[in-house]
Ligand binder design. Structure first.
Ligand code: NAG
Ligand code: NAG
Ligand code: NAG
Length: 677
């Protein structure tokens, strides 16, 4: 034992003893040659997670930036992890002396985020054993010490500037150094030496994350090497290219890409950071072939094929922008999603399911995913509406048929019970093939309006009802009836001191070409403000951009007395004209049996997404995201494949910005994450 001591670095004493202790007694009785827990060679962590044959890895892209390639991680995945036991083959202790060499490129936009380059996580208890984390200008090495979580922080390290940088972190006893781009090492002296008994049993290495979405590394990663037993600085520095200095690089990243990429889907997609031409409509001839043009007006990227500019953005946008996040399998098909917050419990999604057994359900956003929370008995539910009256939270469902036993057709208002932590039945109202509830307040009074679609014997020209909260009886009473034609949706909105209620009338008994009306609140009642010709209208969406007020209608279909129905028709956006005090047509957008518009903003950009449900032949259609481009109006920027899409909802959470859609044709709703750059 004593004799061996001089052969190994000082900090390996303890691990060595541990290793020996862990050996079976019979073995230790014999004179076994000493071995550290792992070889003292560079352990290339990045190569370890990449398929050897250069195949693409889901959730990982190769990107060429400047003259070097790196990997971009789009989602944490099991493929980017491996058990620690793969590295520490002789015994499970993390070396007490080691270096980490990393080469990264971090965009400057990541202002407040903290991200992990890698983490060693004890899987069963989800405990971070060691992790390399950084924020805008700090690099932290976190690890589990004998007294709990320890942190070594290097400050004022300018990594996030969108340039390649190489860092070497070296740990030895009380000393930690960080060397950026082979510059002058920064040294930290820590009170406690790095533990020599950090047991990695049952843990995994996670590359580019700490096993969850939060903290996912969003930059480019080119090199990630663990060198047990020594300081790597002298092995990589000085260097002729200090920001790209190499200890070990995955082969796939080391040479420059082949010139042409075939459309082989198995090849990792990659981008090049090559120069692009700006300006309006530059020349595109043989001389410009292969050159890129970025049209700042349309924000489109075009490539010159030798004669004309071909758009490149479509495929790229789709890949970059919106990614699958959660497949939410539901009890049955879903016609509507209503998102709302319950204080202390967070975000919920109420989903109107078609099947009457077990009915509809609400789902809670928990740990970054929706999970079933409560079932409700509903009858071909069409929509949910959440609202608050006097601090109490309510949820109303529109049932579009009566109970199977032939009972009266009703819709139900539920109230949230803080004691039972669920919704309980509160009030039942008679409705007629109810399609939608709208809740709103006017002058501190609470109202609820139902869209009655048709009577039990099939008459579409019936009254829809506006109810008002009676603070005495604490129930909703009828306040006004408004005659509607196959009503599908109510939309309430206020502009300055004025309150409006718009109805989407879908069918008048003979035709879907019917007027949908906008009412204005005057003298204690809604009065007709304007009627607009619509085609099987299913939804109104009001939104504001700056001080401009818009109203978009989703047109479902054009029913022709002779000949087939048309589903490929225009849906129209109207703008409130302050001079004429009328909504005037602003833009037509071709839709495919549109059933919902959803407006949302990210930063200072504004978007509309449409639910296209049917084109006359198929329910498998793209829903389209349009971006507001000023005088150009809304321009399509993304297409998302959907099946019988019935609703789109936008939401943000701690995990980011999301879009969610429901399907009227499949018991599957999908959550997409919006990559915000
Ligand atoms: C809701 O109903 C489904 C289907 O019957 C059932 O599997 C689930 O356990 C129920 N969940 C709750 C929270 O009641
Ligand atoms: C409806 O409510 C308004 C506002 O409270 C009130 O002025 C009006 O009289 C009510 N109408 C009916 C018919 O109750
Ligand atoms: C949609 O509207 C545009 C312009 O208003 C018109 O040119 C086009 O023919 C319409 N398309 C359909 C399918 O109705």
């Amino acid at each position: 034992m004593e004799g061996l001591k001089n052969l190994v670095p000082s900090s390996w004493h303890l691990p060595l003893q541990w290793c020996l202790l862990l050996l079976p007694l019979t073995e230790s009785a014999r004179a076994v040659p000493w071995k550290p827990c792992t070889d003292l060679h560079p352990l290339d962590l990045l190569s370890r997670v990449l398929p050897r044959d250069g195949r693409a890895l889901a959730g990982v892209r190769m990107v060429q930036a400047g003259d070097a390639r790196g990997l971009q991680i789009l989602s944490p995945s099991q493929a980017l992890t491996f058990p620690s036991s793969q590295l520490f083959v002789n015994c499970p202790l993390f070396p007490a002396e080691f270096s980490i060499v990393a080469t990264v490129k971090v965009p400057h936009t990541r202002v407040k985020r903290t991200e992990f380059l890698f983490a060693v996580v004890k899987e069963d208890v989800n405990q971070l054993l060691l992790g390399l984390r950084f924020s805008k200008d700090k690099v932290h090495l976190l690890y589990q010490g004998s007294m709990g979580r320890e942190r070594l922080s290097f400050k004022r390290i300018r990594l996030a500037d969108d340039h390649w940088h190489s860092i070497v972190i070296s740990i030895s006893g009380h000393h930690a150094t960080l060397t950026l781009d082979c510059g002058i090492p920064l040294e930290l002296v820590h009170e406690q030496p790095f533990p020599s008994d950090l047991n990695t049993d049952g843990s995994r290495f996670h590359i580019g994350s700490r096993r969850q979405w939060k903290g996912l590394f969003t930059g480019l990663l080119r090199q990630l090497v663990l060198l047990p037993g020594s300081d790597a600085t002298s092995r990589v520095c000085p260097s002729s290219r200090p920001s790209l200095t190499e200890l070990s690089i995955p082969t796939i990243l080391s040479h420059l890409p082949v010139k042409t990429l075939t459309n082989d889907v198995l090849l990792p997609p990659y981008e090049t950071e090559i120069r692009v031409t700006l300006g309006s409509n530059p020349a595109c001839t043989g001389a410009e072939q292969g050159r890129l043009w970025f049209d700042t007006l349309k924000r489109g990227l075009f490539i010159c094929d030798g004669t004309r500019w071909q758009s490149m953005s479509q495929e790229k946008d789709r890949l970059d922008y919106v990614e699958d996040y959660q497949d939410l399998y539901t009890i049955s098909e879903t016609l509507d999603i209503e998102l709302f917050q319950i204080p202390s419990l967070g975000l919920f999604a109420a989903m109107a399911h078609r099947a009457t057994k077990p009915g509809s359900a609400i789902y809670r956003w928990d740990g970054g995913h929706f999970q079933l929370y409560q079932n409700f008995s509903t009858f071909k539910a069409q929509a949910w509406k959440q609202f608050t009256v006097g601090g109490k939270m309510f949820l109303a469902v529109s049932n579009s048929m009566g109970p199977v036993n032939g009972g009266r057709e009703t819709s139900v208002i539920y109230r949230w019970s803080n004691k039972r932590l669920k919704f309980v039945r509160y009030q039942t109202l008679e409705t007629h093939s109810a399609r939608d509830w709208e809740a709103f307040h006017i002058n501190n009074e609470a109202f609820l309006a139902v869209a009655n679609h048709r009577t039990e014997n099939g008459n579409h020209n019936i009254d829809s009802v506006v109810y008002k909260w009676n603070p005495g009886t604490k129930t909703f009473d009828v306040n006004q009836t408004i005659s509607t034609s196959g009503a599908y949706d109510w939309e309430f909105f206020s502009v300055g001191p004025y309150h409006f209620l718009a109805v989407a009338n879908a069918f008048d008994g003979t035709s879907t070409q019917t007027d949908s009306s906008i009412y204005i609140w005057l003298g204690g009642a809604f009065q007709l403000f304007q009627s607009i010709r619509t085609f099987g209208a299913t939804d109104w969406e009001m939104f504001q951009i700056g001080n401009r007020v818009f109203l978009a209608v989703a047109n479902g279909h054009m029913l022709c007395e002779r000949g087939p129905s048309l589903y490929t028709i225009n849906s129209t956006i109207y703008e409130l004209d302050m001079t004429t005090k009328m909504f005037l047509k602003f833009q037509d957008i071709v839709t495919y049996s549109a059933v919902d518009w959803e407006f949302f903003s990210i930063g200072d950009e504004h978007f509309l997404v449409v639910a296209n449900s049917y084109d006359g032949a198929t329910y498998s259609l793209n829903s389209v995201i349009y971006r507001w481009q000023g005088y150009e109006g809304f321009v399509p920027v993304h297409r998302l494949p959907t099946i019988g899409c019935s609703d789109w909802e936008f939401f943000t959470s701690a995990e980011g910005s999301f879009l969610m859609y429901s399907s009227a044709k499949a018991p599957l709703s999908k959550v997409f994450k919006l990559k915000v750059h």
